[in-house]
Ligand binder design. Structure first.
Ligand code: AMP
Length: 215
């Protein structure tokens, strides 16, 4: 089964993917995580992507699709499918993804649209903390770590993403409305779109998504 998670920044796509991937044996593919790893390594690709990521703009489609194709080929067969998080973000990427999957004899089965209110996503993003070591996600109010600044899972250091500040969040939201919302129609017209209210807590969103996937 191949799944696309759609929704604004802060809808909880990473959290949901983390909660579901093992149960369905899916490879979790987050373009944001891949880009941040490339930036940390200071690879040519990471350096090319840096200014886009830091300003909250979109990295060019061609570069992101290349990354996705390489990652899909690497993970193909190791799991029962892919769970895409943060990709596609433009209609071009959505059509590119279909081509990438078609080459492997696969297709997207379902697109989960996580609808969330603007004030809730801003609150989630400004309070989000991430483990530098294992990538586990926390929130200073909604899901604090047991010891401030330290990951419960691996004792790694928790940090705030550079693009989780109010100014960049505003830009990411307008980029989302302009480029990513049309993808909802793309999957709707194919009868693949399912909607979940992502204003609710992570557990509720996970239960609702399980009902969709098992229904
Ligand atoms: P995320 O971790 O999904 O919030 O992504 C963080 C940032 O990485 C975004 O604000 C973009 O700058 C970049 N990015 C992630 N995924 C994509 C994508 N599919 N297309 C273009 N840029 C992306």
């Amino acid at each position: 089964m191949n799944i696309v998670l759609l929704g604004p920044p802060g809808a909880g796509k990473g959290t949901l993917a983390g909660n579901l991937k093992d149960d369905y044996s899916l490879s979790h593919i987050s373009t944001g995580d891949i880009l941040r790893a490339e930036m940390k390594k200071e690879s040519a690709l990471g350096l090319e992507a840096k200014s886009f990521v830091e300003s909250g703009g979109l990295v060019p489609d061609e570069l992101v699709t290349r990354l996705i194709e390489a990652k899909c080929q690497e993970d193909n067969g190791a799991t029962k499918g892919f769970m895409f998080d943060g990709f596609p973000r433009t209609v071009t990427q959505a059509t590119d993804l279909d081509v990438v999957l078609e080459k492997m004899g696969q297709a997207i089965d379902v697109a989960i649209y996580m609808e969330a209110s603007a004030d809730i996503v801003v609150q989630r993003l400004t309070g989000r903390r991430v483990c530098r070591q294992c990538g586990a996600l926390y929130h200073v109010v909604n899901k604090p770590s047991k010891v401030e600044g330290v990951c419960d899972e691996c004792s790694g250091e928790l940090y705030q993403r550079a693009d989780d500040n109010e100014e960049t969040i505003k830009n990411r939201m307008s980029v989302y409305v302009e480029n990513t919302k049309p993808i909802i129609d793309f999957y709707k017209s194919q009868g693949k779109l399912k909607q979940v209210n992502a204003d609710n807590g992570a557990q509720d969103v996970c239960e609702k998504t399980n009902q969709i996937l098992n229904g």
